[in-house]
Design a protein around this ligand. Structure first.
Ligand code: SAM
Length: 209
């Protein structure tokens, strides 16, 4: 089993300390000190994201044109893997992702989701997904359009509809302000395992704020 090694540490402008770490499958994650929470499973960030969001979420979509909402862009890993699979399978995706605290370039530069292999994945991650302008739809590949939205889930007014929601904010145990009641806790747990319900975003949104 690979060692969970700390490879980078930095105080962030948001007044919280973030540390980049390597997970057991060799991919990176981030540890947020104030919440004592990792962005991904330390057993494998890519492995977890593929299992939860790609296999249980994206691969269940039957249409070849889908709209996905992600809560918590973070490292961009879910966007990266979705972009990869959508492009390989020729399924068009419009992907909107909400993020309250976008990562600084110095942190992004330390993340490794394939950059060392100098493959499509690495190039996409650093050069396209993270450099895409915030608040604007950007074509990443001919099958994947990304819009990153810097906002707080609790104040953002969703107006659009989505086929699939990737709920990947921190757990309500760690961030109770994003989960108002018992219902929302239950709902959030379901979302963490990924789910899709056409037009269900209002339920999801209201319950969590
Ligand atoms: C568990 S991390 C996962 C991030 C990302 N999906 C990834 O794979 O790296 C949770 C993310 O949700 C963001 N977040 C937490 N609360 C939020 C809120 N209320 N509104 C928007 N983003 C939030 C955090 O800043 C963090 O980037």
């Amino acid at each position: 089993m690979a060692q969970k090694k700390t490879i980078f540490s930095l105080e962030k402008g948001y007044g919280m300390k973030l540390t980049v770490k390597k997970t057991d499958d060799g991919s990176s994650t981030i540890f947020r000190e104030d919440l004592k929470e990792h962005y991904h499973s330390t057993f494998g960030a890519i492995q977890e994201a593929r299992h939860v969001y790609i296999q249980a979420g994206f691969q269940q979509l039957e249409s070849h044109q889908n709209r996905i909402l992600e809560v918590g862009f973070g490292t961009g890993l879910n966007a990266l893997l979705t972009c990869e699979v959508a492009t390989l399978q020729k399924k068009k995706v419009v992907y909107h992702s909400i993020e309250k605290h976008p990562l600084k370039e110095k942190i992004v530069a330390q993340l490794d989701f394939g950059r060392e292999r100098k493959d499509l994945l690495g190039k996409l991650h650093e050069e396209k997904l993270h450099k895409a302008e915030w608040g604007k739809e950007t074509e990443i590949t001919s099958y994947f359009v990304l819009k990153k939205i810097q906002t707080d889930l609790c104040t953002y007014e969703l107006e659009e509809q989505y086929d699939l929601v990737y709920y990947d904010a921190f757990s309500p145990d760690k961030q109770p302000q994003t989960a108002g009641n018992v219902d929302s806790r239950h709902f959030t747990k379901s979302c963490h395992k990924s789910f899709y319900r056409r037009n269900s975003y209002h339920l999801f949104y209201q319950r969590n704020c």
